[in-house]
Write a protein that binds this ligand. Structure first.
Ligand code: GLN
Length: 313
């Protein structure tokens, strides 16, 4: 295999969990009110190999909202639809160096969203999803992300309502995109689709399989379905590497050396191209909104399994 043998991977996944279980720093997100009620002790780790082998430890089957991790997969679907040049020019591929929900980043760049992994670019990306109506676009999002996961994903209605009641900043961002002529759809309708997209329920195991699909040239290693092309995976992983952990993307790449994407419910997906996807979940976050134990567990696995793409050997 491309990773060490089955038993070795099982051991490393168990160690990534047990060695970081007591890492207690970070705070559960509270700007979306319902997320503040998450159990801060939950901690799941999962590795899905491109040959379909899945290894997990801890709370790998506990559901949580995907949040910003959805951005990577919706981006891949939009890349599949429009191709390399269009998404580069319309959404952008450069890091903002600013928080994920920054309005300043948009204003400084004449209303051009800078990349698909922060809210402005993600809302612009969701606006490019195929469909005539907002419902069509939502159907395309849920169908597409379910194909990555290899099972039908469902909306967490409570998370969706909680964020809808408080997402004034995202509505402002969509309004700015509209005022700069960057989206061709109703801004409030597209924020609603984006908010649903973020409230889809996944597990660490789902994230590992979704990541393994991007690691495997777009073929879901569990279902065998070709979800997107290999070129789309390559482009999506490049943007994840430079922007997936927001303004901490440089630190992440330096420590872990792999493309990843975090979400404020505490999930992180990481991709070892050609080898595996890693899904982790732990709700306590650093100040940029990235899971603390999730980053530590992923760093451990990158080293233990020899996954850093910059390592010569
Ligand atoms: N739904 C969240 C938002 O738009 C997602 C943010 C995140 O996970 N960083 O604010």
């Amino acid at each position: 295999g491309l990773l060490p043998g089955w038993d070795a991977v099982e051991e490393h996944v168990a160690a990534a969990h047990s060695r970081n279980r007591s890492a207690g720093s970070g705070e559960v997100a509270d700007y979306i009110p319902i997320l503040a009620e998450a159990d801060p002790e939950l901690f799941g780790v999962c590795v899905a190999e491109v040959d379909g082998a899945v290894h997990s430890a801890g709370d790998a089957d506990v559901e949580f909202s995907i949040q910003s991790i959805s951005k990577a997969f919706v981006y891949a679907l939009v890349c599949e639809e429009f191709g390399h040049e269009v998404v580069r020019d319309r959404v952008g591929v450069n890091n903002t160096g600013l928080a994920f929900n920054s309005v300043v980043a948009l204003e400084l760049n004449e209303g051009h969203p800078m990349n698909p992994m922060v809210n402005a670019g993600a809302i612009a990306t969701t606006a490019l999803m195929p469909g005539r109506t907002a419902d069509d676009r939502w159907a395309a999002v849920i169908t597409g992300l379910s194909r990555f996961a290899g099972r039908p994903l469902e909306l967490d209605d409570v998370v969706y309502r909680s964020e809808t009641a408080t997402n004034h900043r995202n509505r402002a961002i969509a309004g700015l995109l509209e005022s700069y002529g960057r989206i061709d759809v109703d801004p409030l309708e597209i924020v609603d689709v984006y908010t649903r997209q973020c409230a889809l329920l996944v597990t660490a195991r789902d994230l590992a399989v979704m990541g393994a699909t991007l690691a495997d040239g777009g073929v879901n290693p569990v279902t065998g379905e070709q979800v997107v092309s290999a070129e789309v995976c390559r482009d999506t992983l490049a943007v994840m590497a430079s922007t997936g952990l927001y303004e901490r993307s440089g630190e992440w790449l330096f420590e872990i050396g792999l493309p990843g994407k975090s979400g404020v419910a505490g999930g992180i997906v990481t991709i070892a191209p050609g080898k595996a996807g890693i899904g982790v979940f732990s709700p306590r976050l650093d100040s940029a909104g990235n899971s603390v134990r999730g980053q530590r567990a992923t760093a451990y696995l990158s080293r233990a399994l020899g996954l850093n793409v910059f390592a010569s050997g």
